[in-house]
Design a protein around this ligand. Structure first.
Ligand code: GRF
Length: 218
């Protein structure tokens, strides 16, 4: 069993998917705490409804990103968190948090990285005109959505899609992919290999997982 801390700024549907997977016995984890920088975030209500402690750390009350991260690290450590899950957390992390949980921070992004990092990934995909997009679960490094990729799921772009329809179709896949990756982590299947000779970056090897990169969730 792994102990998770979830950071979320929004409605928290990915948090809900993780809570549901735990309740269904599909994910051998417990969420020790949910932290949000947004006092009214739906994720906080979802946490409380599931009996999980919900903590607000307002970034507006901190002078800079580093002191905000230090406050978040204090909360995570106080709850014995081993793995940090970014589930719609709209703050860039600094080395303060990343060094406290090295290669133990997981993010879900609504595009097939390295395409369309940053905000408005679905808008970027529509603007570019790609036919396939999707979602990516990756470990977090110092860049924006640049860390080692753990798993991806593809989602077709349909004629007539707008940002919202595409967002919702991707979100369905996110809700499957994130708990699955967390279960792989709980099983010790996610192994980080150091960077090889340039241009090889640090990468994730999935021990005993079929279809390791393009996960077929059908
Ligand atoms: C998701 O699309 C996730 O990929 C992105 O932020 C969104 C969060 O949605 N990082 P929710 O709060 O989990 O519903």
């Amino acid at each position: 069993m792994i102990t998770l801390g979830v950071l979320a700024s929004g409605s928290g549907t990915n948090l809900q998917a993780v809570l549901d997977a735990i309740a269904a016995g599909k994910l051998d984890a417990r969420i020790a705490v949910v932290v949000s920088n947004v006092p009214g975030a739906g994720a906080l209500d979802r946490a409380r409804a599931a009996g999980v402690e919900a903590v607000v750390v307002e970034h507006t009350r901190h002078a800079d990103r580093r002191s905000f991260d230090a406050a978040v690290v204090d909360v995570l450590r106080a709850h014995g968190v081993e793995w940090v899950v970014l589930a719609g957390f709209m703050r860039l992390l600094t080395d303060v948090l990343l060094d406290a949980f090295p290669m133990h921070v997981v993010n879900i992004h609504p595009a097939l990285l390295p395409s369309f990092p940053g905000v408005h990934a679905q808008r970027q995909a529509l603007a570019y005109g790609v036919r396939i997009t999707g979602c990516t679960v990756h470990l977090v490094d110092r860049g924006t959505d640049t860390g080692p990729i753990v798993a991806q799921a593809a989602v077709p772009v349909r004629d007539g899609d707008d940002e919202e329809t595409l967002r919702l179709r991707i979100l369905e896949r996110e809700h499957e992919l994130l708990p699955r990756v967390l279960q792989w982590i709980a099983e010790g299947r996610v192994v980080v290999q150091p960077a090889g000779p340039a241009p090889l970056r640090p990468r994730v090897r999935l021990r005993g997982v079929e279809g390791s990169v393009n996960v077929d969730l059908d």
